[in-house]
Write a protein that binds this ligand. Structure first.
Ligand code: ASP
Length: 321
């Protein structure tokens, strides 16, 4: 019988309406979840890491969660970990675990879009499905996953795509890895993990989103402030207005790691154009490309890479791993 640890962090899955607060707030703890789960599941242990809305996570909260998951999975008696988590930044926590926690054991994040005070609360159904995935031998070597709405998503590709719907998590480029049908875990496709031996997060990294006609003053400001890394969510397949190029070149020359992601919700950064500010021009300027990661995940990866790199020359190789 596999042993699964449920590590609770808060989020809507743990929330109930509180009259004094005027809305839902984190309320349920691990023992509430255990008491509500049906029989017939693998051996479960619960541990509370925190009880926060995920918008209240600081970088220390995120890295501490990563470290606790790594410690738990290092124990021979633990076969997998389920993290209950707010959906708002769940994809970032999932991706950090995927990128930096070694080993083959499943790491599954789950949550809810409706609170435990609402009709149709889906938190327990999601938790049961997540436990089944964490205990499944088929889920080994898939890294971190998000399991919600009976779908299994790879951390690297999934994003929160709807502000309200219970069907919010989407892997827009390649689709989900599989499904949970009742008590059956069905894996339809597998991913190869990218892994970096992470030692922490370099916090001095910013994310800037492009829009038509936007001037480059935020980028200039970031460089003046001595930022170590910048992720730019560029247009389409990786394009910036021509007036951004001198500042991007200046940033690279000053030793700032510049990553180009796309503001499109799916697809890699690549194009075949020859004009100023397009992919080839950016490549010539010495930037890194996000290779299918969205802006928020590219930022996290850059934070891990900058912390892991002994010097600047190590950055491109670490980034490519
Ligand atoms: N506000 C919630 C959070 O902690 C949203 C959710 O969990 O669905 O991210």
């Amino acid at each position: 019988m596999p042993t699964i640890v449920i590590l609770t962090t808060g989020g809507t899955i743990a929330m109930k309406r509180d009259e004094a607060a005027g809305g839902a707030v984190p309320t349920l703890d691990g023992s509430d979840f255990l008491a509500a789960l049906p029989p017939g599941l693998p051996e479960l242990r619960v541990e509370e890491y925190c009880n926060l809305p995920s918008a209240h996570f600081a970088l220390d909260t995120l890295w501490g969660l990563r470290s606790r998951v790594a410690e738990l999975l290092d124990k021979p008696e633990v076969d997998g970990v389920v993290v209950t988590h707010g959906t708002d930044v769940m994809e970032e926590s999932a991706y950090l675990l995927d990128l930096t926690v070694p080993g083959e054991k499943p790491m599954v994040l789950t949550g809810a879009m409706r609170t435990a005070s609402q009709i149709g609360y889906e938190g327990l159904a999601n938790l049961v499905a997540a436990v089944r995935v964490a205990a499944s031998p088929q889920a080994r070597r898939l890294g971190a996953m998000i399991v919600m709405n009976d779908e299994i998503h790879a951390a690297r590709f999934v994003t929160k795509a709807h502000t309200q719907s219970v069907d919010t998590f989407k892997s827009l480029s390649f689709g989900p890895l599989g499904r949970v049908d009742g008590d059956e875990v069905v894996i339809g496709q597998r991913v190869t993990r990218q892994w970096i031996p992470g030692g922490g997060l370099e916090s001095n990294v910013v994310l800037i989103k492009l829009a038509v006609g936007l001037d480059e003053s935020f980028l200039k400001y970031a460089i003046e402030k001595g930022v170590k890394g910048v992720v730019i969510e560029a247009l389409g397949g990786g394009r910036v207005p021509p007036w951004w190029m001198p500042t991007i070149r200046q940033a690279v020359e000053a030793g700032v790691a510049v990553v180009i992601a796309s503001r499109c919700p799916s697809g890699r950064v690549w194009d075949g154009y020859g004009y100023e500010g397009a992919y080839n021009d950016l490549r010539g300027a010495g930037v890194l490309f996000a290779n299918g990661l969205n802006g928020q995940k590219a930022r996290l990866k850059l934070m891990v890479v900058l912390e892991a790199a002994e010097d600047r020359s190590a950055i491109p190789q670490l980034w490519a791993s």
